[in-house]
Design a protein. Sequence first.
Lengths: 131, 595
Amino acid sequence: MAKMTLEQLRKLREEKKGEMDKREVEGKNIQIIVGMGTCGIAAGAKQTFEEIIREVDANGLAAQVVIRQTGCMGLCHVEPTVEVVMPDMPDTIYGRVDGAIAKEIVVRHVLGKALLENHIYDRPAVDIVKQ
Amino acid sequence: MAYKQFILVCGGTGCESSKADDIYKELIANAEAMGVKDDVQIVKTGCFGFCEKGPIVKVLPTESFYVEVKPEDAKEIIAEQVIKGREVKRLLYKDDKAKDRIKLEDIGFYQKQFRIVLRNCGIINPENIDEYIARDGYAGLEKVLGSMKPEDVIAELKTSGLRGRGGAGFPTWRKWEFSKNISSDQKYVVCNADEGDPGAYMDRSTIEGDPHSIIEAMSICGYTIGADKGYVYIRAEYPLAIDRLKIALKQAREYGLLGNNILGTNFSFDIEVRLGAGAFVCGEETALLQSLEGHRGMAVPRPPFPAVKGLWGKPTVINNVETWANIPVIFTKGAEWFNKIGTETSKGTKVFALTGKVKSSGLVEVPMGTSLRDIVFGIGGGIKDGKKFKGAQTGGPSGGIIPPDYLDTPIDYESLTSLGSMMGSGGLIVMDEDDCVVDVSRFYMEFCVDESCGKCSPCRIGTNQMHSILQKISRGNGTMEDLDKLEKIGLAMKKAALCGLGQTAPNPTLSTIKRFRNEYLEHINDKSCQAGKCKDLIVYSINKENCIGCGLCARKCPTNCISGDKTQKYTIDASKCIKCGECYKVCKFNAVLKK
């Protein structure tokens, strides 16, 4: 890289910050957990995971969101499964999350704080959702 | 392609020497072989501090904290954790209390720590300037060059209350102001990285883990005092730190953060690395400057202080590595923020190299004012093998031993000095009942005899005399007069020696005579060493009632002075015994006695 000016240094920092933010766990209060057991991966959890990362980055949420992978959540009939844990929202598990739904989860659930009703498979109970 | 997971491998000297580099290479090879190299970023970072359990590997975002990892474990980490998302449970850290292996946030070692100096150690790749920049790196320099006058920088430093971390605790802003106010065609900025206290390694780890923080801080100083040249004087025994520093300097030059017209301003500054040849006295600032000029490393009288007349007679600000590492943060987070941490007189944090008879040794950063109890028993997890705490040695050959009664004293510059010790650079050696204070004092005095530059007689002769008296006491030939003599010589050295080395060399001896007088009296009057360290005062023998005649001691004895058989049991021939203690260590039946 060529020699920088004050302005360029500032820009470079902003650019690189997102990457480093992903390594930081402290101070992040939103968790998106993708079930990546053998069944999940076979059902396309890898694509789901990648879509979530892309969408979180695109919305500038990298500093607040931890994206983890976990083993099988036990809901093998609706893989891939994604759990979202965040303040002001009930803990929610979504099922059959493909790339498009993954994108919606980030935009509507995390940013818009609204549940994606047709895709919920566990927690909170169905009656709470209906209300 | 974005990474989903991150594996951070400790690349400090401690972990490297236990094959961390092989682990790093194995992880990369396995990630490639299993086709996940685009999913996981594998980074070699600086020291995590938890050296007791190294090599350490941390996986994010699960925060899995793996300890004592071996290169063979790499395959399992990739296969289980990266591909299947399951932690490798057997490698997770486990403490005494918890049955299960635990997570990073629950590890006692990290709970009371507060990291300013080590903020990037164990997080960033020290060989990648972008990662430093991403964590507010060079933001301090940017702020200073973009919006502050030299006077403002000094005012900010004054508000922060930062004092020199090299040991004596001189206010940093005053050094800078002295140099700034003198007009001179040439001024210099020097980083003292000649860390020499036995057991201290915080400066090495800081440079290994975060070299850019030193470069940024020195540049800020250069701008403030009007210097365009800096030197890092670093021990040649720190090859890894030197390599990383040189890489960092090169990257900073490429980015225009060093060189002419830094960041498009009128300010120009560059830094050169100079290697020290291993003399302890070169950690003393005037001797360091002599050595830097190419002369033999010997102290010169002060005043004039280096800030006024230093390198080649020009005004020179010389600060220690840890002091430098604090400076960028003061400008990014603000002096007010920094000033709120610590005690009335000592602001910020202090890094200690916690070693000795403590369960979790390692690199520890705590706010000033933390008690010794919190460090030794909280962070360090207490004394090894259920033994009794005897004292903590701070300040290396310049400090003293703090006895158990003072465990709750909040640690800062003043409190340690009033206890007859000193902050020093931050070595903290924990001692238990098996350590003998006479032996420890003798060891440090021997170190000072070797390391005295020989220029002034109080130090050259004083250390030698004190050493022979201490040796006499440890051999059981001491008299009560010897104690008085030690104190007398010690006081004379404190007053008359030319530099810090000689002035503080009597500290370990004087502080122990005061705080552990009984132990000296035992050596002198009873000719006994309770800790069993002073070889001339102990005799090994075999208790025939406990001896089962297995002969293990006889086989281990290097001088073949143990004889006997199953029926006769064994005996030690005291005339041939060299008191190595091997027989005592190997006997499983408590039949070997040490008295």
